[in-house]
Every structure is written in C-alpha cells, then in structure tokens.
Design a protein. Structure first.
Length: 465
C-alpha cells in the first residue's frame, strides 16, 4: 500500500502538470489522468477514502510523512501550497469525470476565477473529492509583502532555469513534462513584467547573472510571442528555445572561459563557435525538446543582413524564432545591471537597437517588439516635463513615446496622465531604480535597493550581440 501511495502522489503531480499544459480533451492530459485514476481506484478497493496531505512542506499519508519524496514531489507540493490546499480526499465511488473536473479546477479555474470549491464542485458534479485549506497563519505572524513574494518566486525561477540547463550540460535525461510545466508556471508569474523585475532584482553574483539573463530572455520571448498571438503551445516552444539558446556558451564557460591563463587560438575559436557547439549538444535532445531549440541556438548570432556567425553556406535569412530571441537577448543584455557593466536606460536601449534595424534585427519584428514594450516599458520610473515623477502604467502601441504615467511626486500623487492626450507634457528621461529612482520605489510597493558595495566597478561598455 505504501508504494501505491507514493505512485499516487507522483501520478497526481504528472496529471496537474499535464492539466496546465494541455486542454481538458487533449489525449496527453487524458493519458496522465487515467494513470492517476487507476491507482486511486486500486487503493479505494480496500478503504472508503484516501487522504493525501501536505504537512510542513512534505507529502503525507495517514501517520506517515514521505521525506524521501521531497525531491520528486517538489513541484506538486509547491503548487498545492500556492493554491492553499493542505489535503485532498478521494472517496469510494470516484468517477473519471470527477477527477478530470477536479484537476481542471486546480490548474485553471482556481487561479483565474473567484469561485469556491463548493460552488465549482456542485456545478460540475464532483461528489467524491474534497480539498481542504492549509492551516491559517498563526496570529501575529507577519505576511510576506507582495514584493517579497515576487522576489522569492523569481529566485525560485532562476534556480529552475539553472537546473534545466545543468541537466543538458551534464548530459542527463530531460523530463519534458516537468520542463514545460515549469516554463508555463514562470510565464504565468512573470511574463510582461520585465521592468518590474529590473526594479526589484539586483544581481551581483557572477555565477547567477547568466541564469538571470537567460530567464529574462525566456520571459521576453514568450511575451513577444503571446503579443503576436502565437498559440499557447508555440509560446512555450519559443520559451524553451530561448532558455537553451546559449547552452554552448555555458558549456564553454565551464571548460574554458573561467580559465585564468590566456586562451589558446583553439580555445578562442571554440568560444566563437559556441552556437555550433550548443546546437550539437541540443541535437542529443531532439526527441525531448524538438528541433526549434537547435535552430535558435545555431542562429542566434546570425544577423538579419546575413552577416554574423557561424557562417552559413546557404543564402537564407535566419528563422523568425531566432530573430525574435536575438531581439530579446540584446534587449535584456543592455537592460540588466551586472557587476562588470552599467545598465542602459530604456530610451538609450531603444535608440541603440533602432540603429541596427535592418542590419542586426528584422525591421518588422523590431518595430513590433517596441510597439509591445514601448520606449519606456510598464513599471519604468520617469521624470516628466512638468517636473513630476511617475511610473509608466500602460504602453501606447500607436505612439510608443506617449504612454500613460501614474504620478508619484511631488504633487497630485495617483493621477494618471495619458501623454497621448497631453501634448504639453512629455517624458524627459527614465530614472534608474538602482540610482536616482531608488527613493521612489517604496511609492510603488518596492523596497529601496541596498547601497552599492565599496569598490564595485562598472564598465561603460555593453555590446550589441
């Protein structure tokens, strides 16, 4: 029985993952759901009900806590805790359709609609499943602020990205369902929030900055694809391709780039050829990841004007996905503050990238990207010509120079100024959230960043890749 309970937990995690990725009628969702249904039915042959719980962040059944399953069930535990579920009870008489509706409720309805379990269960005929809430917080225990929760989730996402990339670097097997589930969760949490994350996150550790960058490129690529109205599966496919686009450089960094002595001619050539190396690495994961990551990895340094590297014997433009990831890659590389380079303000990034329109970047895709992002993305702190400071709240896709700005100071705080309707007011410049804009962060619910460490150097150069 104990082994069946373990399998039940694992199959429940798989069913929830599939429920988030596929539609309710998709064969893959039904396949994973049926596995869970069969094992639950086997357990219920000998008992009236099956109670599965989460206690102290661990999977539990009756009086037993499965500490050794934490590694395998981390995604399930995190998902249930996020949704406020402490226990799930299955009763004899459980029908397949009840289980299907329950998983759909957990993965979609609960997060999107304000409806109670009782209302949903009654409407959908769920009679043999009950879901209990997590214990309420001890009185006096302070709830984490929204900013703290966002930062915690973001840091978890960075670790997820690191793990997904290290699996490939170590030539281990990729769990496709886990990967898509994780990428989907990251997208739901953060897509479209690039500037907000820049306001909140300051990365000083060099061993993390690459993973932060790859996470940001993944998010930007999925945002771009979703705004272009790609299908959900295609958005996820592009996100996964973006995640792995620099796997060749990561591999070399483990072997060559960290070397203290001067690189040999062969090692320098290896660094230059990291797109080819990455594509070869991903070729071994074609069955799990598909073709697109290989294509994007190989082409992300090819330019729209057919220059760039690696040189191709074929006279053809790079794939549209490669061009999209290239735009997102350069945008975040310029925006992200690192210990060895400055971060560029949004207006400067727009200026620099538009200079490369038709050269590095596909003109139509670049125009579309900034139509969606704006010159000043949502969340950007700005000073206006009327001497007030505000935060960009919406982008104007007709005129990207004229977003709507919510005033923060010094007067009429809270007023929203639609610059498209106010020709007398314009944005002068953005404020760096790690510099002049830091004192305004508490006005938008974010903490001021810590003071820079003494001797922290900044390089004035940043390359357009």
């Amino acid at each position: 029985m104990r082994d069946k309970i373990k399998i039940c937990f694992i199959y429940m995690m798989n069913a929830i993952q599939a429920g988030k990725i596929y539609t309710g009628d998709h064969p893959k969702f039904k396949e994973y759901l049926n596995r869970l249904f069969v094992v639950v039915q086997e357990i219920l042959e000998d008992r009236k009900e099956l109670v599965l719980g989460i206690i102290g962040g661990e999977a539990a059944w009756e009086d037993e806590i499965f500490f050794n399953l934490r590694g395998k069930l981390g995604l399930l535990i995190e998902f249930l805790e996020k949704n406020g579920i402490e226990r799930i009870i299955f009763q004899q008489g459980l029908r397949f359709e009840e289980l299907r509706e329950f998983i759909i409720f957990l993965t979609r309805v609960k997060r999107q609609q304000k409806i109670s379990e009782q209302e949903y269960f009654s409407l959908h005929g769920i009679q043999n499943i009950r879901a209990g809430k997590l214990r309420t917080m001890v009185k006096g225990e302070a709830a984490a602020t929204e900013a703290e929760e966002t930062l915690t989730r973001y840091e978890t996402s960075v670790r997820t990205v690191s793990s997904a990339l290290n699996v490939v670097l170590e030539k281990e097997d990729v769990d496709y369902l886990d990967l898509r589930f994780n990428i989907l969760g990251i997208m739901e949490d953060f897509v479209g929030r690039h500037q907000e994350l820049l306001n909140l996150v300051s990365v000083k550790r060099r061993d993390l900055v690459t993973f932060v960058h790859l996470l940001n490129v993944t998010l930007l690529s999925m945002f771009f694809a979703s705004k272009l109205q790609f299908a959900k599966d295609d958005v996820l496919d592009l996100g996964i391709a973006a995640l792995y686009h620099d796997v060749g450089k990561l591999y070399i960094s483990l072997k060559v780039i960290q070397k203290e002595s001067k690189l040999s001619e062969g090692e320098f050539l290896q660094v230059r050829n990291h797109p080819l190396l990455g594509a070869r690495i991903l070729e071994g994961y074609k069955d799990a990841l598909g073709i697109l990551p290989i294509v994007v990895c190989h082409e992300h340094h090819l330019r729209y004007d057919m220059t760039g590297y690696p040189k191709s014997p074929y006279a053809r433009k790079p794939h549209a996905a490669s061009m999209m990831v290239s735009i997102c890659d350069v945008y975040d590389a310029l925006a992200l503050k690192r210990s060895y380079k400055k971060d560029y303000p949004p207006e400067k990034i727009h200026e620099l990238m538009m200079l490369e329109k038709g050269k590095i970047f596909d003109p139509q895709l670049l125009d579309k990207f900034f139509q969606f992002m704006g010159v000043w993305p949502v969340g950007t702190l700005v000073t206006m010509s009327d001497d007030r400071v505000g935060v960009v709240r919406t982008v104007n896709d007709i005129d990207i120079d004229q977003p709507s700005v919510q005033v923060l100071a010094p007067e009429n705080a809270g007023e929203v100024v639609d610059l498209a309707l106010r020709p007398d007011v314009r944005i002068l410049c953005s404020l760096n959230p790690q510099g002049d804009g830091a004192r305004y962060l508490p006005l938008i619910g974010l903490p001021e960043p810590p003071a820079p460490e003494p001797g922290e150097a900044e390089d004035e150069e940043a390359d357009l890749e």
